[in-house]
Design a protein around this ligand. Structure first.
Ligand SMILES: Cc1cc2nc3c(=O)[nH]c(=O)nc-3n(C[C@H](O)[C@H](O)[C@H](O)COP(=O)(O)OP(=O)(O)OC[C@H]3O[C@@H](n4cnc5c(N)ncnc54)[C@H](O)[C@@H]3O)c2cc1C
Length: 740
């Protein structure tokens, strides 16, 4: 009888950060829509430009800086960004030459199938990318608060509603400060995230207005990231500007003296003047000032901690209050139902003389922009898909690790150990295994303690064009597909890779021999643990995983226990994330394997669902074993054209790949997905047939060519030999018999 354990995971074990995010979310959704009395406030969104982008990368690649909120015409656009921030005039799409159409198709989806947490034109967030972030933040007339995120990071997904709500809430501040986001999971943004030194997601950075030299920004580390805290931090950040770099559209936020109020009452310049009276720690006055930026015929000032006599003179009985001086000189306290920012702002915006500055109302995002072209690949949940593991390795090696420009010391050793474990235990297709082995051998033999990451990338991209060594640069999630592009994907594939490694270590106990990791039942888990702690972009996930490891990894004494340890911890993470915004409704978090996948794993003990761990272990070994690995939907193994010619860019999985000089037959296009045994499979067979000779990865084709060349040159040398022999004989005959 196997060990049993309750499988029902306590919902009370709530992930704290997640809950906090959710409560922040509640606050975010609770933001009061500002409505002026008598006329509603315009809520605007400047739509993005997406026309030329692939479904995978529309917001990033094509949009450039896309504004939301206050219409650009009412603002002074930041230097160099104005053109991109506006929606181009709509019209019939330009006709592209056929070659460009082909190339555009080959560009295909971006990393992670182009998960997008923020949509230009729909969200008030300014969507930045590698092509726009520098232009937007450099020498800008407004300050910026940029969230560098990763679309597969659960925390980023959980936080996105708060960020959207914040951007919507402060969209009237855009001439002074803007809320933006940049997706570091996009391949095309990899280098820029590296340049901005972004290692963890989400990372929040401020950029001051009028910064001429390149800067990676100032980190925002607030006590929490709830909407109100970040909004107040934005106000503080604006106030940290000097006279020299003060955003021109931002009103002076410092308080005036009570004595100045009297002179304002005496002065009549055709404007309304609102005076916010408040206590020292209040942000209401400054927030109302910023809310009124796009409005004309009104100025907002603030007075702090005025003495009682002054307040009595104005008739103020509680703080905050607002004293209004009308253009005709009449003045008095305004009457709002609640002394809240939204109430004051909406009252002032609705005054008869107060007008919104001239606006260019944006068009609505087109249906085409809204549509997320997602192709669904049918799959079997009881199988493990090569496509998921290979896509995950691509993201790991070419996107996640590539966030570092160099690796040194402990980081380098962590990577070396992790790659060693993967290279020795990865059960996938031979070209990928050979590439991993090559990388592992190279890392293990390095005499250096510091390497530029580009050196690793060169190897991964097989710049030497050694045939039979290849890792796709395409993303094809199958068992890790999400019902929305931002869900599942990379983090799912990482879990699958980790489980596969623990199972393979049990199945092939000698695999790690000679690596220095042999004989240690914890070796695989420790390598995974160090990788997650050091490199996994979701920092909070890494910290949490580390905490679990500290608590119990030491108790693992056998490879079976290692398999079960990871299974159990993964289920803990699942239970914490149940109900979290990163949960895919199509793949709800539940104790795994579910009863339909493994009925024998589940038992009932005194009316409670419980695990039969012996059966779970058997199931895990079967599920993550080599024989359960299927290549359906896996990228064609391609030739050099795909491997080295295109570098880490993307090729449309369905589009014909551009062939290099010695490429195998063309990959089969869209039909390959429907016909797994098509030409793509033939290419795969050809590549798999490539046998490693002399450990150098030479294929049989390479060797045949060598033999052919050898025979041809031998024949040529023999011909030369006979030719000269005949000539020499003739010469001798002539010499000895001159008469002949
Ligand atoms: C090490 C690590 C730590 C993470 N920590 C966090 C975190 O703290 N907060 C957060 O928001 N996100 C975290 N994530 C991401 C999160 O766990 C999921 O990967 C993400 O929510 C996607 O979920 P999913 O539905 O694809 O299933 P995943 O949880 O990613 O699982 C992938 C697949 O593994 C299989 N599986 C599920 N459970 C088990 C199990 N117990 N044993 C074996 N196989 C299983 C299933 O086939 C499933 O489809 C972490 C990811 C990793 C790799």
């Amino acid at each position: 009888m196997g060990v049993t354990r309750h499988s029902g995971v306590g919902r009370g074990d709530v992930w704290r950060t997640g809950r906090r995010d959710l409560s922040a979310l509640g606050g975010a959704e609770g933001v009061v829509q500002r409505r002026g009395r008598g006329r509603s406030e315009h809520v605007m969104a400047v739509a993005g430009v997406k026309g030329q982008a692939s479904p995978g990368t529309p917001n990033m690649a094509a949009a450039g800086v896309v504004g939301a909120g206050v219409a650009e015409s009412s603002l002074e656009p930041p230097a160099g960004t104005a053109a991109r921030a506006r929606r181009p005039p709509s019209g019939p799409p330009a006709r592209l030459p056929p070659l460009l159409v082909l190339l555009a198709a080959a560009a295909g989806p971006g990393a992670g199938g182009a998960a997008r947490l923020y949509r230009a034109g729909e969200d008030a967030v300014w969507v930045l990318d590698s092509g726009s972030v520098r232009g937007a933040t450099a020498n800008s007339s407004a300050a910026w608060l940029v969230q560098f995120y990763s679309s597969w990071c659960g925390h980023c997904i959980g936080y996105a509603p708060t960020w959207r709500a914040l951007a919507r809430d402060v969209q009237d501040w855009a001439a002074a400060i803007r809320v933006a986001a940049l997706d570091c999971a996009e391949d095309s943004n990899r280098e820029v995230c590296q340049a901005y030194d972004v290692h963890y997601y989400p990372t929040f950075r401020y950029f001051r207005a009028f910064t001429r030299d390149f800067t990676a920004g100032e980190n925002f580390k607030g006590p929490d990231r709830e909407l109100q805290t970040v909004r107040q931090a934005m106000v503080d950040f604006l106030q940290n500007h000097t006279d020299a770099n003060w955003p021109p559209a931002c009103p002076a936020l410092d308080p005036i003296r009570p004595g100045d109020v009297l002179s304002l009452i005496d002065r009549r310049d055709g404007h309304c003047v609102a005076i916010m009276l408040e206590s020292g720690g209040s942000y209401v006055g400054r927030e109302v000032m910023l809310d009124l930026i796009p409005y004309e015929n009104i100025a907002v000032k603030r007075v702090l901690d005025a003495d009682q006599a002054f307040l009595e003179k104005l008739g103020v009985s509680s703080l905050p209050s607002c004293y209004l001086i009308h253009p005709n000189g009449s003045h008095g306290l305004i009457d709002v139902a609640k002394p809240l920012r939204s109430f004051f702002s909406s009252y002032l915006k609705s005054l008869p003389h107060v007008r919104k500055k001239s606006l260019l109302l944006p068009g609505k995002p087109s249906a085409e922009e809204k549509a997320e072209a997602m192709e669904w690949r049918e799959f079997d949940r009881s199988k493990l898909y090569t496509a998921d593991l290979e896509s995950g390795l691509h993201c790991l090696l070419r996107v996640e690790l590539a966030a570092r420009s160099a690796l040194a010391g402990a980081e380098l050793r962590t990577l070396t150990d992790f790659i060693t474990v993967v290279a020795k235990l990865f059960p996938g297709r031979p070209p990928v295994r050979r590439l991993l082995e090559m990388l592992q051998e190279w890392l293990a033999s390095l005499p250096l303690d510091r390497i530029p990451y580009n050196a690793v990338l060169d190897l991964v991209d097989n710049k030497m064009r050694i045939s039979g060594i290849f890792l796709t640069n395409q993303i094809r999630w199958v068992g890790c597909q999400g019902s929305r592009p931002e869900l599942r994907g990379y983090s799912c594939s990482l879990w699958k890779l980790f489980h596969t490694l623990t199972v393979q270590a049990g199945a092939r106990p000698d695999a790690l021999d000679g690596t220095g990791l042999e004989g240690d039942p914890q070796a695989v888990l420790q390598a995974i643990r160090r990788y997650v702690r050091t490199f996994f972009g979701c920092k909070a996930c890494g910290e949490h995983f580390e905490q679990m490891a500290q608590e119990s990894l030491g108790s693992v004494k056998t490879s079976d226990q290692a398999i079960l340890w990871l299974w159990e911890k993964h289920n803990l993470v699942n239970s914490r994330l149940a109900g979290h915004p990163s949960e895919d409704p199509r793949f709800p978090k539940a104790p795994w394997p579910t009863p339909d996948l493994c009925p024998a794993c589940h038992e009932e003990t005194r009316g409670l669902d419980s695990w039969n761990e012996d059966q779970v272990l058997l199931f895990l070994k079967r599920h993550y074993g080599s024989s359960n690995l299927v290549h359906t939907h896996a990228a064609a193994l391609g030739g050099e054209g795909e491997a080295a010619g295109q570098g880490p860019g993307h090729a449309d999985p369905g589009a014909q790949s551009l062939q290099g000089p010695r490429a195998p037959p063309p990959t089969p296009g869209l039909s390959e997905r429907a016909r797994p045994g098509g030409a793509g499979a033939a290419g795969r067979q050809e590549a798999e047939a490539a046998a490693p000779f002399l450990g150098m990865g030479f294929s049989s084709l390479d060797m045949s060519l060598c033999v052919l060349l050898y025979v041809a040159s031998s024949l040529f040398l023999m011909l030369l030999f006979f030719f000269f022999r005949v000539r020499a004989r003739r010469w001798k005959v002539r010499h000895h018999h001159p008469g002949v």
